[in-house]
Ligand binder design. Structure first.
Ligand SMILES: Cc1cc2nc3c(=O)[nH]c(=O)nc-3n(C[C@H](O)[C@H](O)[C@H](O)COP(=O)(O)O)c2cc1C
Length: 202
């Protein structure tokens, strides 16, 4: 069983609907640690040694967050800047995170159609998160396509929120249990486009 660290970032979690639901769906899963960055570091004073120890003791690192100005909330950038130190995460032949998996779980106000060249947002989500892919490459980690929920601005009906929360739980459990076909997952733009394609049966 793999251990999964979910670094969770939402600056106003009491007003969150979708991230709250996604998080609740994975909170009680054995082997999954939720690390709420804004709750732990309201002043942004990140405990680097604690965060590095958390990374080392898990096999899969997930960044769960709403999309804010086409990127992560600010504390995740601070986390990268401080935690992924030269000589620890990369450089000098030392790659402590080598072989671990990385995935983002993103909620976006805009619909999928807005995230394309002809759409309002011009770039795809995959293009916008390419710095994370580059980070994964530099740290010799394994990148996974993101779990994405679109259309929050439309006001998702409750059944859609439930559907995404259940899928998030399925995806996390499959990753934990080694039941994800990574090759198939890498063919997808989003890991949750059709989880039945990605999760192995029995
Ligand atoms: C400061 C801010 C910036 C945002 N930027 C984007 C954005 O770049 N793209 C997008 O699709 N939605 C954007 N949104 C919408 C959020 O992604 C959306 O409200 C969030 O995913 C909802 O999640 P929650 O219910 O957990 O708060 C933004 C919202 C805020 C408050």
């Amino acid at each position: 069983m793999k251990k999964i660290l979910i670094n969770f970032a939402h600056p106003a979690v009491s007003r969150s609907r979708i991230n709250h639901a996604l998080r609740a769906a994975v909170e009680n899963i054995e082997g999954v640690t939720i690390n709420d960055l804004y709750a732990n570091y309201p002043d942004f004073l990140i405990d680097v040694k604690r965060e590095q120890a958390l990374c080392m003791s898990h096999d899969i690192i997930v960044f769960q967050h709403p999309f804010y100005w086409y990127q992560t909330p600010a504390i995740m950038k601070e986390w990268l800047d401080l935690v992924l130190e030269h000589g620890w995460a990369y450089g000098s032949g030392i790659n402590v995170l080598e072989g671990k998996y990385f995935m983002q779980a993103i909620t976006a106000g805009g619909d999928k159609g807005t995230y394309q060249r002809e759409g309002l947002n011009y770039f795809t989500i995959g293009e916008l998160i390419s710095p994370y892919r580059a980070m994964v490459n530099l740290c010799k980690m394994n990148w996974l396509p993101p779990f994405v929920v679109h259309g929050i601005h439309r006001g998702l009906p409750e059944d859609e929120v439930t559907f995404h929360a259940e899928n998030y739980r399925r995806a996390i459990i499959a990753l934990r249990d080694g039941m994800c076909d990574m090759e198939k997952a890498l063919c997808e733009e989003y890991i949750n486009r059709d989880l039945d394609q990605v999760i192995r049966r029995g």
